[in-house]
Design a binder for this molecule. Structure first.
Ligand code: DLL
Length: 436
């Protein structure tokens, strides 16, 4: 793999500014944002009033802790435009995330918001090792999902040639990668595995393809999966994070020279870690729930948005801006099995330790005699699909899970190709418990 670290003079100046300078910029922008929301969003103004806080009470960054959180329910309750802080003729774009229940959440952007988004995505692709003149194959879905268009505008801003393939039609993805020779690919990690399978099915060696860097995100993945993707394609695999309510992809991204967790682009998004039970702000380094406040957004500024994503804030390394630890899981994806917390990402890391198994998997939840039970359904590698080998793999995985996580689960090793493939975010949890 080539050394693709960007030169210092190619970075935005603020990426390497002093912490004091970053904090001063954050405070000024935060005060403006609180004021903008208070003056223009009645829903949030009522919440501030009920909590007895006013934008003037924010004199230091720590004062932000006095302000109420925003939850997904606030966006649902005010559907579709109740959180918009600008006259509607200034809205330049709407995106929406489908969500599993009820109404979608809608997010709005002004032209200035779209510009900031393009800038933070360009910064992310550059941090990943992307350079002007490279070609970018975008396999994130285009449409209301923020993945495709977010990546698109960022790649264009960096001066790359964009190949807007979107998700799906996996055979054609492989053909275009083979024929157009992009250096960069952007996709969900689970869909990247489907592309990898298709390379092999087509009898092409993925290590021979032109790809040098992949930016992967939109769903949790592990360092074990990084290793699998990097070895299979002989390319750098970089973690890209974001969420629609905050902007879309490009809230934070790893740097290719360190690959030690995404750097939060703190000049635009202010991160906090809270205790998910009490809401108390925790010091950097403590594990908890990520909360973001936008610092520059116009159309839909967001104050203390509870992401439900579990992480930690860590000091900057390749940049001055703080890092977040790779997302361990979402609090709402956590399975509590006989008192033990279990995340799909833990299972993913253990599956990758078993040479006979592929990382295509789902967790089935059952209820047996009023006790919850989990069965890991995971595919055998085609080279280890015989009955005896599968039994061995199942035994091995069960053993790893028991000794690392501390719970007994069922394991079913399925035929190659039997586990549902997604073209976007993978569905890792299949809940078969009948509602009581
Ligand atoms: O998934 C935005 C995105 C697109 C990010 C493309 C990265 C790449 P939503 O659909 O609103 O937005 O989903 C946001 O996805 O709260 C996390 O739970 C999860 N997520 C996103 N990136 C990562 C990541 C987009 N790198 C939700 N690691 C977030 C783990 C991620 N989880």
């Amino acid at each position: 793999m080539r050394d693709l670290a960007p030169a210092n003079h190619d970075l935005d100046r603020i990426e390497t500014a002093s912490r004091d300078e970053i904090a001063a910029l954050q405070l000024a922008r935060l005060q403006l944002t609180l004021r903008r929301v208070y003056d223009n969003v009645p829903h949030t103004r009522r919440k501030f009033d009920a909590a007895g806080v006013h934008p003037d009470d924010c004199r230091t960054l720590a004062d932000l802790a006095k302000f109420p959180f925003t939850a997904k329910s606030d966006l649902r309750d005010t559907y579709p435009f109740g959180m918009v802080a600008v006259p509607h003729d200034r809205i330049a774009r709407l995106h929406a995330s489908s969500g599993t229940t009820g109404k979608p959440t809608v997010v709005a952007y002004t032209q200035a918001d779209i510009d900031v988004w393009a800038a933070v995505m360009a910064r992310s692709i550059r941090a990943a090792g992307g350079k002007r003149g490279m070609k970018v194959h975008i396999a994130f879905g285009y449409g209301l999902f923020t993945g495709g268009l977010g990546a698109h505008y960022g790649a264009e801003r960096l001066g790359c040639a964009v190949i807007p393939v979107s998700g799906g039609m996996t055979e054609r993805q492989v053909q275009f990668i083979h024929d157009f020779k992009p250096e960069i690919v952007m996709a969900t990690p689970s869909y990247t595995l489907a592309i990898l399978d298709e390379f092999r099915r087509a009898n092409l060696d993925p290590r021979d393809c032109s790809l040098e860097v992949g930016l992967f995100g939109a769903e949790p993945w592990t360092n074990a999966m990084r290793a699998e993707i990097e070895q299979s394609f002989d390319m750098h695999a970089i973690d890209l994070y974001g969420l629609s309510e905050v902007v879309g992809p490009g809230v934070s991204c790893e740097c290719v020279e360190t690959k030690d967790g995404p750097h939060v682009w703190e000049d635009h998004f202010y991160p906090e870690i809270i205790d998910p039970e009490t809401g108390a702000v925790l010091p950097d380094g403590s594990p908890g729930e990520l909360v973001f406040t936008s610092l520059t957004k116009e159309a839909m500024p967001i104050i203390r948005y509870r992401t439900r994503d579990l992480s930690r804030l860590l000091p900057g390394t390749a940049r001055s801006m703080r890092r977040m630890e790779r997302i361990a899981g979402r609090s709402d994806d956590m399975i509590i099995l006989r008192g033990v917390n279990l995340f799909p990402s833990q299972i993913e890391a253990l599956i990758l330790k078993c040479p006979g198994l592929t990382p295509h998997f789902q967790l089935e939840l059952h209820r047996r005699e009023r006790m919850d039970a989990v069965t890991v359904v995971v595919e055998a590698r085609p080279t280890a699909a015989g009955e005896a080998e599968r039994e061995m793999s199942a035994f091995e995985l069960k053993h790893h899970i028991k000794s690392v996580v501390g719970v007994t689960v069922g394991v079913r090793v399925a035929d190659p190709g039997a586990v549902e493939r997604s073209q976007g975010k993978a569905r890792r949890i299949v809940d078969l418990r009948r509602s009581a």
